[in-house]
Write a protein that binds this ligand. Structure first.
Ligand SMILES: Cc1cc2nc3c(=O)[nH]c(=O)nc-3n(C[C@H](O)[C@H](O)[C@H](O)COP(=O)(O)O)c2cc1C
Ligand code: SF4
Ligand code: SF4
Length: 377
């Protein structure tokens, strides 16, 4: 429960104890690998596992060329065995899968039901996998990707899609499409694009986001969290030492701050969740252009924030710039007026941030259920 208090993260109906995940590495990340690191991660994607004849043949061809691959005859038997082993830990299990058609994924979902997150590997760039119709193939043939997501969702399971940024002509549209097809998580290898790409994706859809690629320090993790990530994942450097360092520092920050993945303020480059920290629209600043991009009028914005704080401690705030804490800045911006107001009403900065978190969720809900402009960035 303490973990839930810190991160308020549920995936596949299970509490995620820390927003640090292990990302898959074929031939390396299996249940045994995860169990050795289980104390420091909240989620782990084992695999990639090939799950039908064309992808199993691709795995064999790649293994012959010297790549690490999991090779077996019966994918269902192997996955049932691996997932059974993962049950010893509190890590939320995911399986990274390579299949050549939706039916292959469905066969695995029939065997494992809702015990795992099903991650579609739309990431692999090895030619044998692409020729077999998975990995990057799915980023170029998005109809097949959507069909696979829908097939898995029809089985009532939790779906993640692993992508590599920069392969699709427009990652914002891709993210939007994956969310609209019903996927629950988007796991993004950001390559060298960094948090700017993550922010674009965050601004294009409300899907739960896992940021990946070289996120091995607390500072890098915070860059991702403050631009839209819900979790970060590590593959190559997923040694126990790195993972435990990340877990400890992120957990400490969450306990102190009250909102571990709070965005930067909009004028400091934050994503649209940062509207929760924005002022009344009275000056020349990034607020109005952002509202225009998401298709929200000035009046709607004001009404929305006023209605969100109604009957909450954020409604008041006579001593603040705009007469209500609804318009007040992030806790990391020092402000005597806000802090005196909070003291007067007996609200800690930590709890202030939790209320701002609720506000951001409601703003995102409003933005993405009112057909926003795809081009927000
Ligand atoms: C040896 C190896 C095997 C990988 N296999 C897979 C895979 O099967 N499926 C997948 O989605 N990503 C795979 N990846 C990509 C990683 O999950 C991750 O996206 C990438 O290594 C960047 O993250 P990192 O900087 O934390 O390593 C693999 C990476 C490596 C190094
Ligand atoms: S409204 Fe305030 S917080 Fe938002 S962008 Fe403008 S100056 Fe920054
Ligand atoms: S009172 Fe302080 S925190 Fe609130 S809007 Fe003004 S400067 Fe920001």
């Amino acid at each position: 429960m303490e973990a839930y208090e810190h991160f308020e993260l549920l995936i596949n109906d299970r509490i995620v104890k820390t927003p640090v995940a292990i990302a898959s590495m074929a031939g390396i990340v299996d249940a045994a690998y995860v169990l050795e690191r289980a104390d420091h991660v909240g989620v782990a994607f084992i695999g990639g596992y090939s799950i039908d004849q064309p992808t199993l043949d691709a795995s064999r061809a790649m293994a012959e060329e010297g790549r690490t691959e999991f090779v077996y005859d019966d994918p269902v038997e192997e996955l049932v065995r691996q997932v059974e082993l993962m049950k010893q830990s509190t890590v939320v299990p995911g399986i990274n899968l390579r299949g050549s058609a939706p039916a292959a994924y469905l066969q695995i979902a029939e065997a494992l039901k809702d015990s795992v997150i099903y991650e579609i590997d739309a990431h692999c760039r090895q030619k044998p996998m692409i020729d077999a119709g998975c990995g990057e193939y799915l980023l170029k043939h998005t109809g097949a990707l959507v069909e696979t997501i829908r097939a898995l969702k029809s089985a009532g399971v939790t779906v993640s899609v692993k992508i590599r940024a920069g392969v699709s002509a427009d990652d914002r549209r891709l993210a939007r499409m994956i969310w609209e097809a019903g996927a629950d998580l988007l796991h993004v290898d950001l390559m060298d694009f960094g948090y700017q790409k993550l922010r674009q994706i965050r601004n294009a859809s409300p899907i739960m986001l896992i940021a990946n690629n070289s996120i091995t320090t607390f500072d890098r993790a915070m860059d991702m969290f403050s631009h839209g990530a819900d979790l970060i994942s590590v593959a190559r450097k997923s040694d126990p030492w790195t993972l435990s360092g990340l877990d400890a520092a992120i957990t400490r920050y969450a306990a102190e701050s009250g909102w571990y993945n709070a965005p930067k303020q909009l004028c400091r480059g934050g994503d649209i969740r940062a509207l929760a920290f924005c002022c009344m629209p009275v000056k020349d600043c990034p607020l109005m252009p952002t509202l225009k991009k998401i298709g929200m009028s000035r009046d709607e914005y004001i009404k929305l924030k006023v209605s969100i704080v109604e009957n909450t401690p954020l409604a008041g705030g006579e001593g603040t710039c705009f007469g209500s804490l609804a318009w007040c800045c992030k806790s990391s911006s020092p402000c005597l007026f806000r802090n005196m107001t909070l003291q007067k009403i007996g609200l800690t900065l930590h709890d202030y941030m939790r209320y701002k978190h609720r506000m951001a969720d409601k703003i995102m809900n409003r933005v993405f259920h009112a057909d926003p402009d795809d081009d927000a960035s």
